[in-house]
Design a protein around this ligand. Structure first.
Ligand SMILES: NC(=O)c1ccc[n+]([C@@H]2O[C@H](COP(=O)([O-])OP(=O)(O)OC[C@H]3O[C@@H](n4cnc5c(N)ncnc54)[C@H](OP(=O)(O)O)[C@@H]3O)[C@@H](O)[C@H]2O)c1
Length: 339
């Protein structure tokens, strides 16, 4: 396993992150504590150090399992990320959302469940469209000064909000967001419109969730096998089938699993990217770790791109128009080396 620097920080995280949303058997799916421990052992033995959880995964069980595991491990080896925003078992008007009061309350509870006195990374989980972003960054910066968290990060939020937040933080001398967690895979490429260019500009590392589209990209549904995704899901349709077939063909060419190809695709898109591997079964997880040894050729990347391309919409597609690129920019548009 190699290590990457997370965003514009000096923090070293392994090139694959372990997603623990499935640690706990609540809601009829997921890994029990013993299997979760085995997955974390396999990950650490392979050199992995980057754990992703959230206050409400499996109603707090995910954090509790990690806390129990870390109690018998070298806590400092791991880079532990959790999230706040969504309600846990407290209900009052401020027990959810991005507000400062909920952030402070949620972090205290996470620290108890995780049996640690600091978090390496705190993500805002989902934008609430209510709280001013300066309130979020200032509160995260206070947690950093208190030694309760080391880095600020954000998930599932519009690009303009993240951009405003990081710009304000730079001006105010607050810690900036170092990671952006978003759904991104061969089936979900809309972040290429705004979020990914924004992350590139600010040097924020993208940590894609559902990089296997919940398992659809492993090809198992094409083979008639069953899994967590329900047949009516929009991850299983004609488009996803045709994309997955290309993934399966390329996997056969390379002698690796389709999941490896789908995960590696996210890592060869020209921006800092650490996919979050959601694991509930040890054998699947061990197979997914083999991604680090896979390299896709230019031709394979092109075939995957063509099979899964989306329209950028306005203004992304507008800039690509011949009339705009060549005529309106006096023929210089394609001759400039871009950042
Ligand atoms: N920020 C957010 O809003 C957000 C949202 C969702 C997730 N997340 C984070 O991202 C992580 C990953 O999300 P995800 O679990 O949806 O990701 P995913 O990697 O797209 O899907 C994981 C699922 O794919 C199947 N799978 C994985 N490897 C396989 C293999 N080798 N062969 C066959 N099937 C395989 C398994 O499903 P089966 O059970 O069907 O076998 C597994 O549970 C989560 O754990 C969480 O940490 C964040």
């Amino acid at each position: 396993m190699k290590y990457k620097l997370l965003g514009r920080s000096g923090l070293k995280v392994s090139e694959l992150c372990l997603g623990t949303m499935g640690f706990g058997t609540e809601a009829g799916w997921g890994a029990d504590a013993a299997t979760s421990f085995d997955i974390m052992d396999a990950y650490a033995n392979a050199g992995g150090n980057f754990l992703d959880t959230a206050n409400m995964y499996k109603l707090g069980t995910s954090e509790k399992i990690i806390g129990d595991y870390l109690s018998n491990q070298d806590r400092d080896y791991f880079v532990l990320a959790t999230k706040y925003t969504l309600k846990d078992n407290t209900t009052n008007p401020n027990a959810s959302g991005n507000n400062r009061k909920n952030m402070m309350r949620s972090v205290e509870r996470s620290l108890k469940r995780l049996k640690t006195d600091f978090l390496d990374i705190l993500y805002l989980h989902i934008w609430d469209d209510i709280t001013p972003v300066d309130e979020v960054l200032r509160a995260m910066d206070d947690l950093i000064r208190q030694g309760k968290i080391n880095y600020a990060a954000i998930s599932d939020t519009p690009a303009w909000v993240v951009a405003k937040g990081n710009t304000l933080a730079e001006l105010m001398g607050w810690s900036q967001f170092v990671a952006l967690q978003i759904e991104y895979s061969l089936l979900a490429r809309t972040p290429e419109r705004e979020l990914i260019p924004m992350a590139k500009h600010f040097g924020i590392t993208v940590t894609p969730w559902a990089p296997l589209a919940g398992g659809a990209l492993t090809g198992k549904y094409l083979r008639g096998e069953k899994g967590r995704i329900k047949p009516e899901s929009n991850r299983l349709n004609e488009r996803s089938e045709s994309i997955t077939k290309v993934v399966v063909d390329i996997a056969e060419e390379l002698g690796v699993s389709p999941g490896n190809v789908a995960l590696q695709w996210t890592r060869q898109q020209g921006f800092s990217c650490i996919p979050i591997i959601g694991a509930t079964k040890v054998d699947q997880f061990i197979d997914n770790l083999k991604t680090i040894d896979v390299t896709l050729s230019d031709d394979q990347l092109k075939r995957l791109d063509e099979a899964s391309a989306i329209q950028l919409g306005f203004p992304g597609d507008f800039f690509k128009e011949e009339a705009v690129r060549n005529n309106s920019f006096g023929g210089f548009y394609d001759r400039v080396e871009k950042r």
